[in-house]
Ligand binder design. Sequence first.
Ligand code: NAD
Length: 249
Amino acid sequence: MLLKDKVALVTGAAGPNGLGFATARLMADHGAQVVIQDLAHAEPQAAAARLGPQHLGVVADVTDQAACQAAVQAVLERYGRIDILVNNAGITQPRKTLDITPADYDAVLDVNLRGTLYMSQAVLPTMRAQRSGAIVCISSVSAQRGGGILGGPHYSAAKAGVLGLARAMAREYGVDGIRVNSVTPGLIATDINKGLIPEDRMKSILEQIPLNRIGEPNDVAGSVLFLASDLAKYLTGVTLDVNGGMLIH
Ligand code: NAD
């Protein structure tokens, strides 16, 4: 029970096959009251209900600052505190540099990077008042190796931006007892990449992964749980690679 009585909000966590839901479920298993935040069509309330009645689902688009603030307000009304934020909501697009349109750029930067900022802004005042909190940001190996699997350069840039934002927030809020860390998943089997990687390409990807398999959502969930828990109480500003050894640096 690493998160007994903690309140944890995970964005983009309604999809049953995603990293977010796996993280929410593992946190619930470890005693947390979990808030699943997602877009309306993803039905976050139904996802939360699958975890049990003590959990909450909230609809909020992470690119909408007012909606982020309202989501956190709903959490505070229900639980009176917020201990953990997992900035997990994200989208990707396969693009070459010259094909990235202004709309593509806005969509990918907004969800991955602006959303991380808006949600962090929504929880930080409460965490500062509590003098404790843990934020975990889901970046990507794409930020570190310059893409090369699915996402285009704008996705790599957004996820690299997440790393910088997380480190800067870690530096700013450590004095308030708030830790901010990042996870950089490699290739993990979820809906974001389902059916998009041809078999021969998958074979060559696997040759580059020392652990010789692609990741499962629970591989990421375990690392997020660790960073959010007191096991990591002296860790802030770190980037934890969860990639089977795809990038050893
Ligand atoms: P996913 O598509 O299953 O989950 C993404 C979730 O984000 C969905 O539930 C979606 O509804 C939600 N979402 C999208 N836009 C949103 C918005 N504007 N506001 C709120 N929620 C929104 O994909 P996943 O693989 O579980 O991805 C989770 C995170 O992990 C993403 O940030 C992704 O970039 C990152 N990631 C995934 C992989 C991988 O291989 N699967 C690798 C590295 C990083």
